[in-house]
Design a protein. Structure first.
Length: 164
């Protein structure tokens, strides 16, 4: 799957709570089986463990690494091992490689996280919208694997061999 030129996401941009740092999409969410498949994808990545987020709502499922080796911009701060988390509705806060952010935003899959406007936070943090079906799950899972690869380059496969 080519995330540098993704297909446009169907429908309008999700509505959020209107808070500075949204934690839920009010109108679009992952059905339980899609969210479960997304979590399964994350837990299958080498070196990843999950649990309550240390940088977000405790009900958010953190995606953390036993041996984080990526650069500063690969993590949700102030954590140095949490590279993303999945909210109850399937909405993700995630770090992504910079070349992928603009194409995903333009195609309607994500938006920059408001906190990334602050100079002390990485500009690689995005809000990736909840996958609503199997096709959307494939794109979100590909983005998740690239986020993991950025955070754990020593254990990650080369970018060109990451499977969709």
């Amino acid at each position: 799957m080519n995330l540098t030129a993704p297909s446009p996401r169907r429908g309008p941009r999700p509505a959020t709570t209107g808070r500075e740092i949204p934690h839920d999409q009010l109108d679009q969410f992952s059905p339980p089986q899609i969210r479960a498949a997304l979590i399964e994808t994350a837990q299958a990545l080498p070196g990843v463990f999950t649990g309550p987020s240390q940088v977000s709502e405790p009900s958010s499922l953190a995606l953390r690494l036993h041996r984080p080796t990526g650069p500063w911009e690969a993590f949700l701060h102030p954590s140095r091992d949490e590279f993303g988390h999945i909210h109850r509705v399937g909405f993700l806060h995630l770090t992504l490689p910079r070349p992928l952010i603009a194409p995903l935003v333009t195609a309607g899959w994500a938006e920059p996280h408001p906190i990334s406007l602050r100079p002390e936070w990485p500009d690689t943090i995005v809000m990736l919208y909840a996958p609503r079906d199997e096709d959307e799950l494939a794109l979100v899972s590909a983005a998740l694997r690239l986020s993991w690869q950025q955070a754990a380059p020593a254990t990650a496969e080369p970018l060109s061999t990451v499977k969709d």
